[in-house]
Design a protein around this ligand. Structure first.
Ligand SMILES: *Cc1c(COP(=O)(O)O)cnc(C)c1O
Length: 231
């Protein structure tokens, strides 16, 4: 593999985001870039920070904790975007700023109870299994209202929106349909529960960020296009 220039890759991703925003008349400041650094070494994260990147997404807790420890003075913003088992919630509650993958009341309660009182509230998004795919993480559309209702008393969590990883497809019309469904669902839930802060939509990855932005993504989660292919 040729040397990856993180700085060049980041610049290209920002250009894609700018073009996508221009195409649908969105202000570029309404879309934030989450650099997904899972499996990549701290050195590459550091290069991304040096190039101006602030937010990083991680899926594997042990791998993430090493990078968080290494990041020290750089103080990037860490987002947990992986599967959550009960025995991981304490580390997530103590070490991360955001979590995009809440999908059960039990996990939400644990995160709420374990969020240290001296830290700001944990920013949380609920992951929705938008295409009802077997074996895929996330709550179903029909289970979503109950989960939100159960999370309302969680004072240490700032419940701020939805996340999805839709079915894999190269059909851009289909990609947009799936992202639009998540956006509609977010608006419906905000209205139903009178949630003023429920506006984040974490959707879109390296291959479909344009479709996601066209449908209202506020966070795009980009790994490969920044850090290169994963082994
Ligand atoms: C790995 C991963 C990404 C990044 O995917 P790329 O295709 O490499 O951009 C985004 N979101 C989640 C939840 C991931 O696990």
């Amino acid at each position: 593999m040729t040397m990856v220039s993180i700085q060049t890759n980041l610049k290209r991703v920002h250009e894609r985001i700018q073009r996508a925003c221009a195409a649908c008349d969105r202000d570029v400041s309404t879309v934030r870039l989450l650099a997904v650094s899972k499996t990549k070494p701290w050195e590459l994260v550091r290069q991304a920070i040096e190039a101006g990147q602030r937010d990083f997404g991680e899926n594997y807790l042990q791998d993430a904790l090493l990078k968080i420890a290494a990041s020290g003075e750089y103080r990037p913003i860490w987002h947990y975007i992986g599967a959550i088992q009960s025995n991981k919630t304490r580390d997530i509650a103590e070490r991360f700023d955001w979590i995009h993958t809440v999908a059960s009341e039990k996990i939400a309660r644990r995160l709420n109870d374990q969020r240290p009182p001296d830290l700001p509230r944990l920013n949380a998004l609920i992951q929705v299994n938008i295409n009802d795919e077997a074996g895929k993480a996330g709550v179903t559309e029909s289970a979503l209202p109950t989960l939100i209702e159960r999370m309302l008393p969680c004072q240490r969590i700032r419940l701020c929106g939805l996340m999805a990883i839709p079915e894999q497809t190269t059909d851009t019309a289909r990609q947009r349909e799936n992202f639009a469904r998540l956006a509609d669902l977010g608006r419906a839930m905000a209205t139903r529960f009178g949630l003023v802060e429920f506006s984040e939509l974490s959707m879109g990855m390296s291959d479909d960020l344009e479709a996601a932005i066209a449908e209202g993504a506020t966070w795009v989660r980009i790994g490969t296009a920044i850090f290169g292919v994963r082994q």
